[in-house]
Design a protein around this ligand. Structure first.
Ligand code: A2P
Length: 275
């Protein structure tokens, strides 16, 4: 059974979801359909991924009631600001073909733009109107979280960050725990780069599981919300078959040895791209 992670607003999110970053639009409908058929009830997309239409098509045709699927999308950097956010939100909803979101995230803080506080105020307005169930952020560092909370009085429900054994984000996870923010991991498999690592393959062999399953299980046991990406229906199904085994403390300690600080994506403190 896919556990649910409690959020600070009273809602809860299925811990394992399908991520569709880098899933080409023409493969997205098939991937999301495969995920829903395998039992996933949490799909994570973004306006910037340019596959919201195809994600929505899969949701519409899968025969799973809307209220059983936890749907997440993200506001793109160029749309930050109060009024622009309201427009971008409607456009995402139109593309997805739904009338509410379970979770809307500010994709990046974009410090140079200095608009994430106004953006989050628009999120709060949409939440108060019942158009979004939970509001959160992505790629926020502690200083961005502090400004956001001090300025709005609202603690985001989720911060979705790059997180994998090379970059386990111990400091940020501690900050989240203190503030009551759920940690969500993007690139949870290190974009596939960790799948051949001998530490991971050895643990996988010992448990009779795949390297991807070991990595997803590591996230689950850390308490992370986790959204592995795959376009392949068999891999999508096997990435969800992670609820019947447990990593030992020794396994977790071995995986901790992989930490080297490698970031696969941009540094949120300097990523100001709005194109
Ligand atoms: P593919 O989409 O062809 O399955 P992350 O979620 O960290 O970004 O990692 C995604 C990468 O890992 C993609 O290249 C994806 O390839 C690959 N991947 C996902 N699940 C598996 C799996 N179970 N076995 C092998 N590769 C996987």
């Amino acid at each position: 059974m896919n556990p649910r992670v409690a959020l600070n607003d009273g809602n809860s999110i299925p811990q394992v979801g399908l991520g569709v970053w880098q899933t080409p639009p023409d493969e997205t409908e098939r991937a999301v359909t495969a995920a829903l058929q395998s039992g996933y009830r949490h799909i994570d997309t973004a306006a910037a991924y340019q596959n919201e239409v195809e994600t929505g098509r899969a949701l519409a045709s899968a025969g799973v009631p809307r209220d059983e699927v936890f749907l997440v999308t993200k506001l793109w950097n160029g749309d930050q600001g109060y009024d622009a956010t309201l427009g971008a939100f409607e456009a995402s909803l139109d593309r997805l073909g739904v009338d509410y979101l379970d979770l809307y995230l500010i994709h990046w803080p974009v410090p140079a733009k200095n608009a994430y506080v106004d953006t989050f105020k628009a999120f709060a307005h949409l939440r108060d109107q019942g158009r979004i169930r939970s509001i959160g952020v992505s790629n926020f560092e502690p200083e961005h979280l502090k400004i956001l909370i001090d300025s709005t009085g609202i603690v985001p429900a989720v911060n979705q960050i790059e997180l994998h054994p090379l970059l386990p984000q111990r400091e940020l996870r501690e900050v989240h725990t203190q503030l009551g923010i759920a940690t969500e991991a993007w690139s949870p498999l290190g974009q596939g780069s960790l799948l051949a690592d001998p530490v991971i393959t050895e643990i996988a062999a010992a448990h009779g599981k795949t390297p991807a399953q070991v990595l997803i299980r590591w996230h689950i046991q850390l308490g992370n919300i986790v959204i592995p990406k795959s376009v392949n229906p068999e891999r999508i199904a096997s990435n969800f078959d992670v609820f019947d085994f447990e990593l030992s403390e020794q396994d977790i300690a071995s995986i901790a040895s992989l930490e080297n600080g490698t970031r696969l994506g941009p540094d949120p403190r300097t990523f100001n791209f709005t194109g």
